[in-house]
Design a protein around this ligand. Structure first.
Ligand SMILES: [Zn+2]
Length: 394
């Protein structure tokens, strides 16, 4: 016999000893009844109660454990939520910065488009083929910070491309401005004075470029330089276009030059402020450059006079006319007839007195009329560009 079975029997004996048959006497109204509670019945009830207690304890334990787990889970979820919120805030911040950069880029692109339209009458891509093709070529990726998120890298590439395009545009604009400057200087005009005067007339407070989101954003050097370069090109080329280099009459002989001469009436020394062209009465008088007719009428000594304002401070005066074919305010092209040759005013015979005034001062028209071919070539380029802008604006 093993000690284990001996122990088991011992516990069974002790358990059985707890439940013994009982006989209970119950007396009711003098009658005595006899109830018997068997040991087997007692054991059954005890077992049922034990089983119920066991299930209850197990359930309670499960609930408690479940509650503890849920609390842990809740902490974990809260932790995850906090992390998600933080990440969301970071993403929102990043998205805002991306949106801001994108908005800045878009605004700059709009500015480039506007400048291109204003200055060339076309979209930037068409300004120069070289600029366009180089601008669309993929840039060296080494220029982009590899630690940036993909979207930011894409924007950085776009920004670099925009700056590269602005650089090409700037080079093209500076090239044109330099050619115009040389041509203007060859005509005896001072390019720096012209640009300065035009800028003074422009006025207004300087408003630095800030971008759509209101935050100062560092502009690429080319982009920042473009506005000034475009203004310079515009002033110089418009001056070239305004220069009266067209023949005011289809006659060859000049009867009198600019400067000192003896007065044809008194013989005294006099200043002649223009050039005289001799020709038959009624010879068509032509505008020497495009402009707006600013005066039609009589002036003392000049007789019948037409004046054309060419802009950029340049004005031409046509005198001693026998008749007018243009009205004040009308826009005239270079070579368009505005009047007829005559001999009105202080005149000894049919001729045209042709005067060029620069900011109100008479200058020798000869340098404009005798402009060299290379100057006229630059002028023709300028006229084409300014003309295309004017057509584009309509
Ligand atoms: Zn004259």
């Amino acid at each position: 016999m093993s000690s284990k079975s001996t122990g088991l029997r011992h516990w069974r004996q002790r358990f059985n000893a707890l439940f013994q048959d009982h006989e209970i006497f119950v007396r009711t109204h003098g009658h005595v009844r006899f109830l018997r509670v068997s040991a087997v019945w007692q054991k059954r009830v005890a077992l049922i109660v034990a089983a119920v207690l066991f299930v209850w304890a197990g359930t309670m334990l499960a609930v408690l454990v479940n509650q503890l787990l849920t609390a842990d889970d809740r902490a974990a979820v809260a932790q995850q939520q906090a992390e998600a919120n933080a990440a969301e805030a970071r993403i929102a911040k990043y998205r805002n910065s991306v949106a801001e950069t994108a908005a800045d880029l878009a605004e700059r692109q709009d500015q480039l488009d506007e400048w291109s339209k204003e200055s060339f009458g076309v979209e930037p891509a068409a300004v120069t083929d070289a600029a366009a093709s180089e601008a669309t070529q993929p840039l060296k990726t080494s220029a982009i910070d590899p630690s940036l998120p993909p979207e930011a890298q894409a924007l950085a590439r776009l920004e670099a491309r925009q700056e590269a395009f602005a650089g090409k545009l700037l080079a093209a604009v500076n090239d044109r401005a330099a050619k115009a400057e040389t041509a203007v200087a060859a005509l005896g005009l001072n390019p720096s004075d012209l640009v300065r005067n035009a800028a003074a007339g422009r006025g207004g407070p300087f408003i630095p470029y800030r971008g759509k989101m209101g935050k100062a954003k560092a502009l690429g050097p080319s982009f920042a330089a473009l506005e000034g370069a475009l203004f310079r090109m515009e002033v110089l080329e418009r001056t070239l276009v305004a220069v009266p280099s067209g023949n005011p009459a289809n006659v060859l002989m000049m009867s009198s030059g600019f400067g000192y001469r003896s007065d044809p009436f008194t013989g005294a020394g006099a200043m002649h402020a223009g050039l005289d062209f001799r020709g038959p009465t009624g010879t068509p008088i032509l505008a020497a450059a495009p402009g707006r007719v600013s005066f039609v009428g009589q002036k003392s000594g000049y007789g019948n006079v037409v004046e054309v304002d060419h802009g950029q401070g340049i004005l031409t005066r046509y005198a001693h006319l026998s008749g007018f074919t243009a009205k004040v305010g009308s826009q005239v092209a270079a070579g368009e007839q505005i009047a007829k040759m005559g001999s009105t005013g202080r005149s000894t015979g049919s001729h045209l007195h042709f005067e060029v005034r620069l900011n109100g001062v008479a200058v020798n028209p000869r340098r404009f009329l005798e402009a060299k071919a290379d100057v006229l070539e630059v002028k023709a380029d300028a006229r084409q560009r300014v003309g295309s802008v004017a057509r584009g604006a309509r």
